[in-house]
Design a protein around this ligand. Sequence first.
Ligand code: UDP
Ligand code: MG
Length: 315
Amino acid sequence: MPKISIVVPCYNEQESLPLFYTEAEAVLRETGCDYEFIFVDDGSSDETLAFLRKLATQDMHATYLSFSRNFGKEAAMYAGLCNADGDYVAVMDADLQDPPSLLPQMIALLQSGEYDSVATRRKTRKGEPPVRSWFARRFYRLINHISDTDMVDGARDFRLMRREMVDAIVSMSEYNRFSKGIFGWVGFRTYWLSFDNVERAAGQTKWSFWKLLKYAVDGIINFSQAPLSIASWGGMLMTLVSFLLLIFIIARRLLFGDPVAGWASTICVIIFIGGLQMFCLGIMGQYIAKTYMETKRRPHFIVAETNRENSPRIR
Ligand code: UDP
Ligand code: MG
């Protein structure tokens, strides 16, 4: 029987954690496999850590890492994956939006030996604000168009992976992490399991619209160089157009003299081009900023407290 590690990023999840633990624990015990929970407290300011401490004394399968501050879900997932020592590893949200009831089926699929990972996607985005769904769909259309990493619309971070795949993901130590892209980038044979969207069991979402938008831009910058190409091709096109215009103006000057007119349109053109230049500089700036952060090689997370032996505290 394989050992299963469940990584659970938790940020202010005091309401949903007990529900999650009860449900997931029951499902895992049923499977008969050996298992462990790795709860990653991402600098919560509520009673999450207190709950985890107590849980750890009651159930030896429940282990936790607690960050020194909020490092974000990506860092929490990375910390969990670095620590997980099961043969199969899953990442699950603490709010029961990733149904534990899918686990037995996922384990069976991996055991069949045909797949290296079983990923999940929601069929619908029922219960989500329509604006958010619309932008999410546009984002997936765009990113799949401009990046060669395949990203599935509606894909969740919930997936069960074989050891080999986890090692590959852990070896990608980039600072700017975008897991949906990383999962796709490493490859491996993946089975997609669809399920109906489940609404959060308790508590509140940690993602505001702006946080999500920023995350989407990060995803594009991390997995595509298309914005840079667009900027340089756009620049070339503008140069060509302005060259043609120049010829036109010189010809008109020679043929019809030089009446002073059209200064307003001139200003418009100058402002337009100035704006375009700033925009392209901004795109370049985004890439440079990412490079800057990568070169600093700062740790992804700092663990302040844990009940796991030999777990890396800073990485
Ligand atoms: N989360 C985290 N750190 C953060 C934000 C979120 O560890 O800074 C965790 C959160 O506790 C939950 C998961 O990431 O287990 C997904 O977050 P949430 O349910 O708020 O996102 P949504 O499902 O609304 O996209
Ligand atoms: Mg959620």
